[in-house]
Ligand binder design. Sequence first.
Ligand code: NAP
Length: 507
Amino acid sequence: MRDTAVPSALPPHVRVAIVGGGFGGIGAAIRLRQRGWEDFVILERASDLGGTWRDNAYPGCACDVQSHLYSYSFAPHGGWSRTFSPQGEIWAYLRECASRFGVLPHFRFGHEVRGARWNEARAHWEIETSGGRCAATVLVLANGPLSDPVLPDIPGLDAFPGETFHSARWRHDVDLAGKRVVVIGTGASAIQFVPRIQPLVKRLHLFQRTPPWVMPRRDRAIPAWRRRLYTSLPGTQAMVRAGIYLTREAMGLPFRHPALARLVQRLAIRHLEASVRDPELRAKLTPTYTIGCKRILISDDFLPSLEQPNVELVTAAVAGVDARAVTDSDGVRREADVIILATGFRATDPLLAPYVVGRGGRSLAEEWEGSPKAHLGTTVAGFPNLFLFLGPNTGLGHSSVLLMLEAQIEHLLGALALLHARRATTIEPRAEAQEAFVRRTEERLERTVWNSGGCRSWYLDRTGRNSALWPDGTWSFRRRVARIDPMEYVTSGDSKEALGVAGQAHA
Ligand code: NAP
């Protein structure tokens, strides 16, 4: 599928450099082209596009948001095979979009961005990649919050002679049939692959640190006649999408209203009771925090798979690994041939942060000190012409992040239009606008279950602040972000007249 005609040379200067070729990068590229912008590249470290949907190829990987909503609004796809389509189909959709909208020639594969430095005199970003250097007026970090795996610091793990891999780097060449497998973690990834590998393996020891709340998934095949209907009459699919959208917005309410959360919790308890007969196992699987504090997982087969005779749920901590076994904190050794780490991602601690250096030689890591902050989750004061996709406080617990992403893409387009209208070279948020946004977001988050539900999740950064999630519905983010407010930005060509002109240009 990949277009072999993709040019590989890196131009010395581009108008826009996009880091990452997943949903964010491809979506931005499509919308840039639709607006007539062609002077851009997508710097992709891998040899193919797709981001998280290329990397997470573990058995059973699928999206836990319905496909009719987890797709671009500007590229509807009537052919989804299931309510929650599998990874391969989502990846194929992305490749099809990249090809159909003509963005493949903009890709530079095998170009891992190692750092980017703002050059004040030249008003551009100087970008260093594994494939060479380039400069860009505007830099878009679309490399995703869930792209760099967390590898836990477990004594002896590095020296384990068997196979070890992270769920996001699944080793399909490792045959699990008849093997003794240890899985560490019970998050959204583990609950999808555990039921798939359980029938194959000899023994499966699943290390659970915190039990997840699990709700029914109710995945269904979409019959061929409905797919034909959606394709031939796109309005029908748009109605389905709208219905899912509204249902999902309503699903966001329990995160802000504890009484509703208790109701949902009751449903989850019922699901657990219906799925697991053994009371001892059920007790181990019953969370002690409020539902929603960690991501609510959906599965119909994860809980029943834990009752199979070859599965053991271990609730003691992982203490260490030696040549043959994993030892828990009670001193119990479990022999293992393969260790699978389903231990999540560096969501609030991005690897690139120390190497993106803005005005005055200050890096994002220095600016953030372990707790990322951005204006509208998208731009950062002191970092001109920088755009973050799915940046701080843009994650969701209830709906499709593509809704957030699309608003951010429109924000980028608005900023480019503003620069053009003002004949300016730089744009960045006013520090006071950013502070007000961050303060308001923090206030809104205080009342949510993520901050007060009694759990420790990846939504909380190392300072304990929730810098991952958006506190409200997606509609309020879209309303606030999709249309740029020129008054919240400083441009190099600032003047009172320019503000008026820019406002009209974007309208
Ligand atoms: P995760 O939700 O962060 O889960 C990591 C798991 O590993 C948790 O159970 C965690 O326990 C455990 N863990 C981490 N370090 C450990 C250690 N040293 N010892 C024992 N256990 C340890 O990661 P994920 O499952 O990969 O999911 C990450 C995010 O990706 C999700 O929240 C979701 O946003 C996204 N995702 C989405 C889908 C989808 O369908 N759309 C599918 C997969 C993933 P604690 O809970 O105690 O920290």
